[in-house]
Structures are given as C-alpha cells and as structure tokens.
Design a protein around this ligand. Structure first.
Ligand code: NDP
Length: 332
C-alpha cells in the first residue's frame, strides 16, 4: 500500500536552528547506523522511517559504511525513499559521511580528495539521490593535509552534491583548523557530530564551548550510549538487544553489576520526572540549547515514539542535576 504521511506531522516538533545557519533540524533525528542493513527486517526498517517522518523527524543520518554489508543502509534507505518519499524529498534532511573504511584498497578509507570525491558519488548512487543535505568528513585523517580534505568538501558543495558541510570526530586542534580553512573558502561547517551522552562525554566541554562560540550546530550521536541508557538492561540482557548482538562497541561484558546499579538509580530519577530513562537521557542533552539534535538509533518504531516524548520535559531542577552528577561525576 502506498504510504501517506500523517497530516499532523509538523504540529508538535519544536525544530531547532542549526547554529546561526538557515537550517532547522528536529531536536531528535534518526540514525541508520544499525538495523537498516542487509540482515535486518526490511519491513521494520520501512516502518521506522515512516513512524519517524509521521511525528516530524525530518533528519536522517547515514554514512557510506553503514550496514552490514557496508553501503547496505544507504541502498535500503534509497529504496524506501523511492517507494514512499518521492514527493517529500524537499521535506527531508539527509546526511551521509565518508572517512571510515569502506572499500578495498588505499582509496576506500580516510580523508583524501580521491576517497571523498568517489565516496559521495557512490552514496548518491546507492541512495538514488541528486544531492545530500549534509556531507560529513567522518573522522580526522592525520596523514592527509587538512586543506586537501576541506577543499574536497568545498568542491562537493560547489558541484551541488551536498548543500552543507559537517565535521565529525575531530580532535579540538584540528577542528579549529577546519574552521579557519573553510572560512577562507567561504564554506562553513554547519554542524559538528560527536559522541555525547550522560554516560559518555567524549564530546568534550571544550568542543561544545568552541562550537557554541562559533554558532555552529551540534549533533550528539549514541545519545543513549547505544541503549544502555534505557530500562532494557535493568533485569538482564534481553534476547533482542544490541548488547546481545555482541557488537564490539556494546556487549554482555559492558553490563556489569555496577553499571546496572548506576542505571537503576538513574531510572529512579527518571521515574520521578515521569519519564523513561531513555527519555531522560535525551532531555538531559537537549536542555542545552547548543545541542541542535540528538541522533537516536532504534530497533523498533515504538522506541522512536517513546524517545520523541522526551520533548515534553526538557527542564531539570538543580536537585535533579545534582543527583545525576552524583551518580555520573562526568555528567556536567
Ligand atoms: P543510541 O545511543 O540512541 O542507541 C540506539 C539503540 O538503543 C537502539 O538501536 C536500541 O537498541 C536502543 N534504544 C533506542 N531507544 C530505546 C528505547 N526507548 N528503549 C530501549 N532501548 C532503546 O544511538 P546509536 O548508537 O544507534 O547511534 C545513533 C546514530 O548516531 C547512528 O545511527 C548514526 O547515525 C550516528 N552515529 C555516528 C557516529 C559517528 O562516528 N559520527 C558513530 C555512531 C553513531 P536495541 O537493539 O538494544 O533495541
């Protein structure tokens, strides 16, 4: 059956301005790193994209290598776009990235001009698109001159293959340098993407302060610490969960007794706020207006609707913040 998006989709989403650019993004966006690959249920993938769009999520985040197999998420998303969203491209912000290992040989990785120019063409082909909205350098390449990577980003925009440039996972010093280089080329970095959650301040305060001063958008990836910041691990490891899938980044060894104790205490605070732990974790990131969007991942449509309800309560009392900081000293 042909999909018709909900007429109410723009009624409740409080879009945030991406830094001081013209771009508005939903405070919650959907990431397609996991659950959109070649081994995943295609009907569930379709349902998740439709559910997200129906509640005002207009931003979908991909990368060349998302799968498995690498590239499969873009291919599958491209088919969903073609079948269900052909009339809605101008309502969507689609981002992709290049910089991690993607194809064999010396050019399918890192940040050379050769790699980035080929990668954007491949991504557009897989997604059956003329352009993406945001194209990211996925990580800093210490062996390629930064000016080469930035010039490639500039040229991709000039060629109309991307509308905006983004940077992800750069150390502070190199991030500053990208701003200088891009400014010289009259291109701006519209958004920075870094790992950021209550449990994980990989995106350091220095980055956030710098981006805030530069009036540049921030997207926080893995805002639920890959699902740890939810109630799903409080009583064991469910059969269908990322920790059960033995991913290298989250597996059974992560769920120690101490972690469960900490999550249970956080869950109690969430309950007092009438939120689930996942909702509180998202609200905690969005209480700072500098966070433009949190990039949640999901394995079911229901997780997406649950997570968006976080937007009903983004304020924290001093007491709540103190209680959280007492449990996670880095959560400032
Ligand atoms: P999250 O921290 O949001 O983890 C998502 C996972 O948490 C889901 O797949 C699901 O896992 C679980 N979950 C989500 N909502 C709930 C809920 N309400 N209750 C219980 N469990 C829930 O984010 P991801 O780690 O998936 O990353 C999100 C996106 O960020 C990626 O898709 C990608 O776009 C981007 N990203 C960017 C990176 C970069 O280098 N720039 C690196 C990593 C991610 P389960 O299977 O257990 O149900």
């Amino acid at each position: 059956m042909t999909y018709t998006p909900a007429a109410t989709r723009y009624d409740n989403m409080p879009y945030r301005r991406c830094g001081n650019s013209g771009l508005l993004l939903p405070p919650i966006s959907l990431g397609l790193w996991q659950n959109f690959g070649s081994n995943d249920d295609p009907n569930n993938a379709i349902k998740m994209i439709q559910t997200a769009f129906d509640i005002g999520i207009t931003h979908f985040d991909l990368a060349n290598n998302y799968g498995p197999t690498p590239g499969a998420a873009e291919t599958n998303f491209g088919n969903i776009l073609k079948n269900d969203f052909a009339n809605h491209r101008d309502e969507m912000i689609i981002s992709t990235k290049a910089g991690y290992t993607m194809w064999d040989g010396p050019y399918g990785d890192w940040g050379s001009r050769k790699s980035l120019m080929a990668s954007i063409d491949q991504s557009l082909h897989r997604m059956q698109l003329d352009y993406v909205d945001i194209f990211y350098s996925h990580r800093y390449d210490p062996n390629t001159p930064l000016v080469e990577t930035m010039t490639a980003l500039h040229d991709i925009v000039q060629q109309g293959k991307a509308l905006y440039v983004g940077i992800s996972n750069y150390p502070m010093e190199q991030l500053k340098e990208t701003f200088t280089l891009l400014k010289r080329m009259h291109v701006r970095c519209v958004i920075y993407q870094g790992r950021y959650s209550m449990l994980d301040n990989n995106m350091e305060k220095e980055h956030i302060d710098f981006l805030g001063r530069k009036r540049t958008g921030i997207s926080a990836f893995s805002p639920l610490a890959q699902g740890l910041l939810s109630d799903k691990y409080l009583n064991g490891i469910p059969k269908t969960s990322r920790a059960r899938s033995n991913s290298i980044s989250l597996n059974a060894t992560t769920i120690t007794d101490d972690v469960v104790k900490q999550l249970t205490a956080l869950n109690d605070i969430a309950k007092q706020r009438n939120q689930t732990l996942a909702q509180m974790a998202i609200s905690w990131l969005l209480k700072d207006q500098r966070t433009t969007t949190v990039l949640v991942g999901a394995s079911t449509p229901n997780q997406i609707t649950e997570n968006v309800e976080a937007l009903n309560n983004l304020t924290f009392s001093t007491e709540e913040l103190e209680k959280i900081a007492a449990l996670i000293p880095t959560a400032k």
